[in-house]
Design a protein around this ligand. Sequence first.
Ligand code: SF4
Length: 179
Amino acid sequence: MAKVKVAMDWLAGCAGCEMSVLDMDERLVQLLEKIELTSTPITDLKHPPKEGVTVGILSGTVNNTVNVEVAKEMRERCKILVALGDCAVFGGVMTMRNFCDMNEALKRAYVETESTVEGTIPSSEELAKPIKACPVKDIAKVDVFLPGCPPSADAIHYVLSELVQGRIPVLTGENLKYD
Ligand code: SF4
């Protein structure tokens, strides 16, 4: 049986969700007998393949113009899109920035932090432009929401196992956490 193609990418996040993926430990090795991970931040292979994948997984908040491009590209190239973690599902802590003026937030981050000396706000045409932070669903249709900060390895394993079997996972009990 052909392996199910799965692509992962991250937006604005802390990599905790990816650590939780790795926390599946030996179960990840078993899953790899059934799935092909075409691209992931873990392997530093970017962009889902042009020919498409069955499952696309996005972690992190949509926080800038490049995040928007990454989210749209994943949506175009996958059949089932999974939002992995509270940042992708709800917007997460990043959305606290939405309560501030953008320039004030940038100034606080790059100039005023207690550990910064002579900081400047980065400015280049090549850099992504910050936007109002939002969950993935505000940019692209999401088929499976997997909350948690991060979701547990058990919950991620359950979701991937169901998707490999051709079923849309229904999260309940311990797998459905918001912390
Ligand atoms: Fe990090 Fe939590 Fe966001 Fe995942 S949901 S990227 S663990 S802050």
